[in-house]
Write a protein of this length. Structure first.
Length: 291
């Protein structure tokens, strides 16, 4: 039987983007199979355990860090002195400098590519940090717990800043990984980073493959396996989502948004926006304004 954990059970306020849960087991226990309607970043502090999903079973140890997204069913079994921290978060409510984070290859490797390729890589591309790194991360988590506990004026800003700092640190840690599987993710992460930095320019497939240090054919296969899209389709969707962000400002015209994200033909932009977002740009902008 699978248990579903809901955000309301862990987030004290409906607008709270981050919550923290610590689990410490001094003896073997059974964590029931469960899913949740929020994301969680797992930091293993001590001990070992078996992590089980619907499809795979992995062994965890101190220093392992990985992302669990949304409704994924999983459980922790065969725990031996197992202590870990769950950073629970709701991305839609987090006001983070996402654009600055997404240009980091380590960020893309850890939070975009590793979850998508976890089964194929048999968890070998997970982030594993040193004891010194883990102590620093634990310091950041403890500071976040203080903010959540005291909730003094401005705690939301401090909490979000600490979380952004933690994500950057994790991205840097991943960038230092040297296993073959992690290197492959970092190569793809470099291509995703290039897309994030230059999505408004006419990038060629060869440029993206060069950024990943792969041949065009190898890169195209690896990219689609990781993202579900061809590089060109991914670029198109990225431009449309960037345009949607611009259109949240009702002072930005549809033509201006299209031009800023790299479209020279406003009619083509409207067709692609409608196909991807489900509504035309003008209706999308009006619906945002009414919220």
């Amino acid at each position: 039987m699978t248990v579903t954990y809901h955000a309301a059970d862990y987030f004290r306020e409906s607008t709270q983007p981050i919550a923290i849960m610590r689990i410490t087991d001094k003896r073997p226990t059974l964590c029931p199979s469960h899913s949740h309607d929020f994301d969680e970043l797992v930091l293993v502090l001590r001990g070992a355990a078996t992590h089980t999903t619907d499809e795979e079973t992995y062994t965890l140890k101190a220093g392992d860090i990985f992302l669990l997204q949304g409704r994924q069913t999983h459980s922790f079994r065969e725990q031996w002195g197992f202590s870990y921290v769950n950073l629970l978060f709701r991305p839609a409510l987090l006001e983070l400098p996402w654009s600055a984070l997404r240009v980091l290859p380590g960020y893309q490797a850890l939070l975009t590519l590793e979850p998508a390729l976890r089964r194929r890589h048999e968890f070998q591309s997970r982030l594993h940090v040193t004891a010194a790194d883990l102590r620093y991360l634990h310091t950041l988590v403890s500071a976040m717990e203080v903010e959540l506990s005291h909730r003094e004026a401005g705690y939301e800003a401090v909490l979000t800043a600490h979380f952004a700092q933690l994500l950057v640190y994790l991205a840097r840690c991943y960038a230092r990984m040297s296993t073959p599987s992690s290197q492959q993710l970092l190569q793809l992460g470099a291509a995703l980073s290039l897309l994030e930095r230059q999505y408004m320019t006419p990038l060629r497939l060869e440029e993206l493959a060069n950024a990943a240090c792969m041949s065009v054919s190898t890169f195209s296969r690896a990219f689609k396996r990781a993202t579900g899209f061809s590089p060109i389709s991914y670029l198109l969707r990225l431009r449309i989502h960037k345009a949607a962000e611009l259109l949240r400002d009702d002072a930005v015209s549809v033509a201006c948004a299209a031009e800023q994200v790299g479209f020279t033909d406003s009619n083509y932009f409207t067709r692609q926006f409608t196909a991807i977002m489900g509504v035309c740009p003008r209706i999308y902008q009006r619906s945002i304004a009414l919220r």
